[in-house]
Write a protein that binds this ligand. Structure first.
Ligand code: SF4
Ligand code: SF4
Ligand code: SF4
Length: 232
C-alpha cells in the first residue's frame, strides 16, 4: 500500500470511530429527552409544559408593555456610529438611502443602517472599527445625487466626526515605560495633531477629525485609542 493511502485509511478509521460515538451519544440524548417530555413516563412534564407557555405569555406581555427599552437600545447603537463626510444638517430628510456613497467608497468604510421609525436605511460608519481615509477627492460626497452630502467649500476643510482619546493603560509605551511605538503619530494625516508628552501620545482637540486611522493602526490589543464621537 502507498504511504498516501495508508494515511488516508488511518484518518478514515479515526473519524469513523468519532462519528459512531457521536451517533450513539445523540441517540442516548434523544431517548432521555423523550422520557423527560412524555407525560405518561414523567408526570412533572405536564406541569413544566404549562409553566413554559405561561412564562412565554408573561414575557410577551412584558415586552408589549415596555416598548421604550427597544427604543433606548437602538439610540445607543446610533450613538456609536458616525454619518459620512459632508453630511448636511438636514441629512435625514435629504438622504434617500440610495447607497451611492457606500458603493463609491474605495475603502468600504460606509454601511447602511436601518432606521425602523423611518423604515429606511442611512449610510454610517464606525471609526473605531474601520477608519475614514479622508480621501482628498471625497468620492462619497461626489457620488451623492441629493444634497445629503455636501462638498466642503474650502479644499482643505476636514470633517469632524469626533475626537481621539488615549486609553493609557493599553498603550505599548505605558507598558514598556519607553518610546517603543509611534504608530499613531506616523499614521495621522493631520499635521501636528498627535504629539508626545513624555512617551505617551496626546491628541489635539482642535485639529483631530475623529477619522479613526490612528485606532486602526494602533498595534496594541485592546486598542489604546478610542474615538469619542460628536453627536450627529
Ligand atoms: S472620504 Fe473616502 S474613505 Fe471616507 S467615507 Fe468618503 S470615500 Fe470612504
Ligand atoms: S488623531 Fe487619529 S482620529 Fe484624529 S485625525 Fe489623527 S488619525 Fe484621525
Ligand atoms: S499607536 Fe497605540 S500603542 Fe503606539 S503609541 Fe500610539 S497609542 Fe500607544
Amino acid at each position: 500500500m502507498k504511504r498516501k493511502d495508508l494515511f488516508r485509511e488511518g484518518f478514515k478509521s479515526v473519524f469513523q470511530f468519532t462519528f459512531t460515538k457521536a451517533d450513539e451519544i445523540s441517540e442516548a440524548i434523544k431517548e432521555v429527552w423523550k422520557e423527560e417530555s412524555d407525560p405518561k413516563l414523567n408526570p412533572k412534564a405536564k406541569d413544566k409544559k404549562k409553566n413554559r407557555s405561561k412564562g412565554s405569555k408573561d414575557s410577551l406581555n412584558k415586552l408589549k408593555s415596555k416598548p421604550t427599552v427597544v427604543r433606548k437600545r437602538k439610540t445607543r447603537m446610533f450613538q456609536t456610529l458616525s454619518l459620512p463626510p459632508g453630511a448636511s444638517s438636514d441629512f435625514f430628510s435629504l438622504c434617500t438611502g440610495c447607497n451611492e456613497c457606500i458603493f463609491a467608497c474605495p475603502y468600504a468604510v460606509l454601511f447602511p443602517v436601518t432606521d425602523e421609525n423611518q423604515n429606511q436605511s442611512f449610510p454610517h460608519f464606525d471609526p473605531n472599527a474601520k477608519a475614514c481615509h479622508l480621501c482628498t477627492d471625497w468620492p462619497c460626497i461626489s457620488a451623492c445625487p441629493e444634497e445629503a452630502l455636501l462638498p466642503y467649500e474650502v479644499s482643505d476643510t476636514t470633517p469632524k466626526f469626533g475626537k481621539a482619546k488615549l486609553l493609557k493603560e493599553f498603550c505599548i509605551n505605558e507598558k514598556t515605560g519607553e518610546s517603543t511605538c509611534n504608530a499613531c503619530f506616523v499614521t495621522c494625516p493631520i499635521e501636528k495633531t498627535v504629539k508626545f508628552k513624555g512617551n505617551l501620545p496626546v491628541f489635539s482637540l482642535s485639529s483631530c477629525t475623529g477619522c479613526g486611522l490612528c485606532v486602526e493602526t494602533c498595534p496594541s490589543f485592546p486598542k489604546a485609542i478610542q474615538i469619542k464621537l460628536f453627536k450627529n
